[in-house]
Design a protein around this ligand. Structure first.
Ligand SMILES: NC(=O)c1ccc[n+]([C@@H]2O[C@H](COP(=O)([O-])OP(=O)(O)OC[C@H]3O[C@@H](n4cnc5c(N)ncnc54)[C@H](OP(=O)(O)O)[C@@H]3O)[C@@H](O)[C@H]2O)c1
Length: 350
């Protein structure tokens, strides 16, 4: 039995979702939502750089819901509470990469609206991605061999020069003058979903948190940076390091850190570790590094092409969870509620 899937938008991540859905015999692409008017009526395969798939993108949400898919793969730039609630109320499950983990980042009203829609439609929503998402699962798995956990730290340390999504990066502070006093508030607001990942990690460890807070540091570019679709002026932010912390009894026990840098003219010149690193302090100390590398047959014409790998690892934690999310009890589900997620259907045979 395959799951019938509707894809929601075909941006950076959505394109890789489509490529994966089409490649997996356990999934069937039955529809696709287009936000951009110029994508409406076009074949989804063509929009995603693969052969035509015989499914046309549409902006008719009612028509997509009428297809009664098992699941929507929700990859828009921003999560829209009413849009998600409409899908869930129609009894359609959602797997999302659009800033959704536990729903707390949507605010109390937004989270309640999603919960009620799940109950009313008998549907589930699961949010993941690389980070937040898979990186948090990696941390929990890493701590699973310890008989004492003092702290658990997750770090995403990457050069994001090739990631082309200025509308999601400018609200974090990229491109703002380095001395802008609003920067810490901007980061805390625009990366609030990382706080949800801290909550999830603490919850999975049975830890009640007194506080979830965000600290941040910034680095500037010393020359103008041309990023293709946008630019960052000299003296403005081209590096953001945020540290989301879960505080238990006055101690920062769970930490989720990100360090993103752009270009080669950063001051201070932060070194990135090119990967996802888990550090569990306890007995024993556990250090796990997830390194992403291209396969032997990967063709890259520029550094930007390597960003495809980043989009694959963002899309696939959600895609691979589709069968489990469809089988889950209605509600907001997390890794705590799902069985082991694997790359079923993607193993190359022959
Ligand atoms: N957890 C993780 O590891 C992780 C990593 C990267 C990204 N993400 C998240 O995944 C989501 C998709 O990222 P992305 O890089 O693919 O985004 P993106 O390419 O910038 O945008 C995705 C799509 O959103 C639609 N869109 C454009 N402007 C919009 C607007 N103003 N309002 C609503 N929709 C709009 C477009 O749909 P059409 O294609 O129909 O025109 C666009 O292609 C984002 O929420 C991002 O924050 C998560």
């Amino acid at each position: 039995m395959s799951s019938r899937v509707v894809q929601w938008t075909t941006g950076n991540v959505g394109m890789r979702s489509v490529v994966a859905i089409v490649a997996n015999p356990l999934l069937e692409l039955v529809g696709c939502y287009a936000w951009s008017p110029d994508k409406v009526g076009r074949d989804v395969g063509e929009l995603c750089g693969i052969d035509p798939v015989g499914v046309l993108a549409t902006d008719d949400i009612d028509a997509l819901l009428a297809l009664r898919p098992d699941c929507v793969v929700y990859n828009p730039k921003w999560p829209a509470v009413e849009e998600m609630a409409q899908i869930l109320e129609a009894g359609i499950n959602i797997v999302a990469t659009a800033a959704f983990i536990t729903g707390h980042a949507l605010g109390e009203d937004g989270r309640r609206r999603i919960q009620e829609a799940c109950v009313s439609g008998g549907a589930s929503i699961f949010g993941s991605g690389m980070n937040p998402g898979f990186a948090n699962l990696l941390a929990l798995v890493s701590a699973g061999i310890c008989d004492r956990v003092d702290s658990i730290t997750m770090l995403e340390s990457v050069d994001s020069t090739g990631y082309d999504s200025p509308e999601t990066e400018i609200p974090i502070g990229f491109g703002r003058p380095i001395d802008d006093p609003e920067l810490p508030t901007m980061v805390a607001s625009a990366t609030a979903v990382f706080g949800d990942a801290v909550r999830l990690t603490a919850d999975a460890l049975g830890l009640e948190l007194d506080e979830v807070r965000c600290d941040a540091e910034f680095a500037q570019t010393t020359t103008d940076l041309d990023l293709g679709s946008w630019s960052i002026a000299a003296g403005c932010v081209a590096g953001v390091a945020a540290n989301w912390q879960g505080v238990h009894q006055g101690r920062s026990v769970v930490q989720l850190k990100v360090m993103w840098r752009k270009g080669q003219t950063l001051e201070p010149n932060w070194k990135v570790q090119h990967g996802y690193i888990v550090d569990v302090q306890g007995s024993p100390n556990v250090h796990t590094k997830l390194t992403i590398a291209p396969p032997a047959d990967f063709v890259a014409h520029s550094m930007k092409d390597y960003m495809v790998l980043g989009m694959i690892i963002t899309a696939l934690p959600a895609i691979n969870a589709i069968p489990a999310v469809c089988a889950a009890a209605p509600g907001i589900v997390t890794y705590m509620d799902l069985p082991l997620i694997t790359a079923r259907g993607f193993v190359q045979t022959g």
